[in-house]
Write a protein that binds this ligand. Structure first.
Ligand code: THU
Length: 129
């Protein structure tokens, strides 16, 4: 899939967001190292801290389906300005080797970032004994 196709699919997934509290719909698509695709939308909760971001859901869906490494994550927010992933999701991406993050930009062209762009000097699994 092209970057534009990934963003389009992420926007479709965002339509299935459960976000009655923020009304901020987010969708994510991940491509694993073996080429499979997983998706996720943000799922909120009346206990706000129990809400789960779209990227986190997409990554846990991929890993639950057997992925051990993820190459790419595309993220689209339908409401407001283009959004970047939260700090917690950056760390989740770090765990599974994500190194291509595709976002919508104000100009409309896909914005492609590395994990190092988003989370410099990061901590990861190789640091543990
Ligand atoms: N959210 C995501 O799902 N991903 C992001 O990259 C940014 C924020 C969600 C969390 C919450 O449901 C809503 O957007 C507002 O923060």
């Amino acid at each position: 899939m092209t970057d534009i196709e990934l963003l389009k699919k992420a926007a479709e997934v965002a339509e299935r967001s459960y976000s009655p509290y923020s009304r901020f719909r987010v969708g994510a698509v991940v491509i694993t190292n073996d080429g499979s695709v997983a998706t996720g939308a943000n799922i909120e909760n009346a206990a706000f801290g129990a809400s789960i971001c779209a990227e986190a859901n997409a990554i846990t869906n991929a890993v639950s389906a057997g992925a051990t490494s993820i190459d790419t994550v595309a993220i689209v927010c339908l409401d407001g300005a283009p959004c970047t992933p939260c700090g917690n999701c950056r760390q989740i991406m770090r765990e599974f080797g994500v190194d291509r993050i595709i976002l919508r930009s104000e100009g409309g062209d896909p914005l492609v970032l590395s994990l190092e762009d988003l989370l410099p000097m990061s901590f990861g699994p190789e640091a543990l004994p």
